[in-house]
Design a protein around this ligand. Structure first.
Ligand code: URA
Length: 423
């Protein structure tokens, strides 16, 4: 094979044979196929798609690019959750300890922020002392003792995805169903979990903007899971409005702790409980009541143990930003819309995300939503509070939000966050 032949086949909307896929993924991982060649192939896949057989072979090749973890010595059912990425999506933080409180092991190997979407690892690192790096032995011991682990995946797990993801991020080839499905499922299958719940986001703040494509993505991933003996279900959930009232690392940790204390915004609680119910059903506990475990402190106990075990101080104050600025309402009314994508971009510009690979994010930067969709507001009252350590970032964030939210007279029709279940 040569990379030029493989690229040409997909450029001309042909089908890639298994041998060609195995070769190109392996050669790319070893550095033999160059980034510019893989970029061209990713764009050809983006434009001309892949059939189910090609996606399955591509996913297999990505799994085989690295190690497979063996979680069999944990001695508990292992159930994981993965979100396709959203704005204000801090659900992993309350969810992992909540499900672990029922005796299930939750191995959350998580990622960093990507574009306008936040990353779980960046959020946890805003807790003083929290360390996201762990060896496989440490992961297994903590799963056995506490049940919940949220850490970075080892560099040997699906290394082809690590390289390819970074490339897609800078070549505008993220939003392709074959590429997203193989990226997520190769990591989860290599991780060795027994079951998986996918949170497939749809809407302005998601990579899939329309429901038909999000559904197709969910079905593709559920099928890949089944083919590998990984019990997988998916929830299709709304991402047109930010989740909860915060987007930004430390701000989202504070909000997650409120949920673990039995409070917090109702949409965050609703989604956390819905995903926990799915995970517990896959672990053979369809009757479990996760909402009760948030109210009675069991989930909080597990959170405190997990944070302490990973070097963090669960009682430490979260860092606060050097500068804050409010965006206020210009009239009385009801907040009727708030665009998730714009809130994500504003948080990113304030310093919650990166503009270059490897850049440090600000723990305290982000957007706090003081009045959310459906809530009344008076002229002059603050709707958003912007947080940053770099004052010159306030104005770009303000511009980003300009025109991306609205005040009306009639309350919007109530919407459900879970749109459908697949699998
Ligand atoms: N999350 C991933 O891990 N990979 C993708 O391609 C998109 C979201």
């Amino acid at each position: 094979f040569t990379a030029v032949d493989v690229i040409r086949t997909k450029r001309d909307a042909g089908e890639l044979r298994k041998e060609a896929i195995d070769w190109v993924i392996d050669a790319y991982t070893r550095g033999e196929v160059a980034d510019e060649q893989m970029s061209a192939l990713a764009m050809a896949i983006f434009l001309n798609d892949m059939n189910a057989r090609e996606i399955a072979d591509w996913t297999d090749a990505m799994i085989r690019s690295g190690i497979r973890m063996d979680l069999s010595s944990v001695g508990k059912q292992c159930v994981d959750k993965h979100s396709t990425g959203g704005v204000g999506d801090k659900i992993t933080l309350p969810l992992a300890p909540l499900v672990a409180a029922f005796g299930v092991a939750v191995p959350q190997l998580s990622g960093r922020g990507l574009g306008h979407t936040g990353g779980t690892l960046d959020k946890l690192e805003s807790i003083p002392g929290f360390d996201v790096t762990m060896t496989e032995d440490q992961v297994i011991t903590q799963l056995r003792d506490i049940g919940a682990v949220i850490c970075a995946a080892s560099s040997d797990l699906a290394p082809a995805d690590k390289k390819l993801y970074a490339l897609r991020d800078i070549t505008s080839t993220v939003e392709a169903i074959p590429l997203i499905a193989s990226s997520i499922m190769s990591k989860k299958i290599a991780e060795g979990t027994d079951a998986l719940v996918l949170d497939v986001k749809v809407g302005s703040g998601a990579f899939m903007k329309d429901e038909k494509r999000a559904r197709q993505l969910a079905e593709t991933m559920v099928r890949l899971g089944a083919d590998h003996g990984l019990r997988t279900t998916a929830l299709l959930t709304d991402m047109n409005t930010p989740l909860g009232r915060t987007a930004g690392n430390g701000l989202e940790v504070t909000e997650s702790v409120e949920v673990l204390a039995g409070g917090g915004p109702s949409d965050v609680v609703e989604l956390t409980v819905a995903l926990a119910s799915e995970m517990l059903a896959l672990a053979g506990m369809p009757e479990a009541d996760p909402a009760q475990a948030l109210r009675d402190g069991r989930a909080m106990d597990t959170w405190r143990k997990m944070v302490t075990a990973q070097g963090g101080d669960p009682d430490a104050a979260m860092p606060s930003a050097k500068e804050t600025a409010d965006i206020t309402a210009d009239r009385d009314g009801i907040v009727t819309t708030m665009d998730a994508y714009s809130v994500g971009v504003a948080a990113w510009r304030l310093g919650a995300g990166r503009t270059r690979q490897g850049e440090k994010v600000q723990a305290a930067a982000g957007v706090e939503i003081l009045k959310t969709v459906g809530e009344p507001v008076r002229a002059g009252e603050a709707v958003f509070r912007l947080h940053t350590d770099t004052p010159e970032r306030i104005e770009p964030a303000r511009q980003t939000l300009n025109g991306q939210w609205s005040i009306g007279t009639n309350p919007p029709a109530p919407t459900s966050i879970v749109l459908d279940r697949i699998g």
